[in-house]
Design a protein around this ligand. Structure first.
Ligand code: SF4
Length: 282
């Protein structure tokens, strides 16, 4: 027992850690995971201006806070700003998010994207591919206006794991999401600093911050592949709580010799050999 604590106090700490200790631990875990991603993938460099894409949800709000905290401690200089694209899909007004950021003194740009709003009127049933194409164009326009060279997206460890399974099962490709990439014209570095952060962390942290969450209508959809995968993870994680961490490790530890892509197999292609005939059923 620590000498300056009385007997009762020590017992209290052991049985139920006070919230302040839990929240410090939560923030430490968050910053360690975000810091690890930034370091490993060289996401942020000296002189960068990072524009954080705020979706109105818990994940991007957590990411913004983490980047602001890391900005104060980092040995390099970078600036952070935030923006939100209005595509007409929020279930309620985004105003509370604006009020919250204003109170905190965080610069925020709210951008009503007219082409996206028109798309929603003309083709209400449009799919994610069109929607995200429209959003991408708007995001680049905003980033240009903000003078940013880096755009940060709030995809979490959960999103990476779901994307890996979805692509393997439905697109015939073993891939997830890029933690770092550049825009097609090379103007922006696109980063996903929450790659190692699971949503139980973002949920708890956003709650602790008291960030207003404005849900997107799409998040309420049922019967989607995404929802099915989420339910499957939730069920498996009852018995295997570190499932997502293991999947993330797997994504960084490929064994291509045990997959079927001939580009990565040692088939001694330098030696001429007879091609084995492909048998047909006829
Ligand atoms: S889930 Fe909704 S908001 Fe997201 S890309 Fe698809 S249509 Fe757009």
């Amino acid at each position: 027992m620590l000498p300056w604590l009385g007997e009762n106090r020590a017992i209290h700490l052991k049985l139920a850690p006070p919230p302040i200790i839990e929240s410090v631990h939560l923030e430490k875990t968050l910053l360690r995971k975000v810091g690890e991603a930034i370091h490993r993938f060289r996401m942020i460099r000296d002189g960068d201006r990072v524009a954080v894409a705020l979706s109105g949800g818990k994940d991007s709000a957590t990411m913004l806070e983490a980047l602001l905290l890391l900005q104060k401690r980092a040995p390099i200089n970078f600036t952070v700003c935030a923006f939100t694209v209005e595509q007409g899909k929020f279930l309620s007004s985004i105003e509370p998010v604006g009020d919250y950021l204003k109170q905190r003194g965080i610069p925020w740009t709210y951008y009503r994207d007219t082409p996206s709003l028109r798309l929603l009127e003309d083709q209400p049933e449009h799919g994610c591919d069109v929607c995200s194409r429209f959003r991408r164009r708007a995001v680049y326009e905003i980033a240009a206006g903000l003078g940013a060279n880096v755009i940060a997206f709030g995809h979490t460890a959960d999103d990476f794991c779901e994307a890996l399974l979805r692509n393997a099962m439905f697109t015939g490709k073993l891939s997830a999401l890029p933690p770092i990439t550049t825009s097609r014209n090379g103007d922006y570095r696109l980063i996903r600093p929450l790659v190692y952060v699971t949503e139980d962390i973002t949920r708890a942290y956003a709650e602790r911050l008291g960030v207003p969450v404005v849900p997107c209508g799409c998040s309420q959809r049922t019967g989607t592949v995404r929802r099915t995968l989420r339910d499957m993870f939730a069920e498996l994680e009852v018995d295997y709580p570190h499932l997502k961490e293991t999947m993330l490790s797997a994504m960084g530890n490929l064994d291509p010799g045990r997959l079927l892509d001939t580009r990565f197999l040692n088939m001694r292609q330098d030696e001429p050999q007879e091609l084995f005939p492909i048998l047909s059923e006829a």
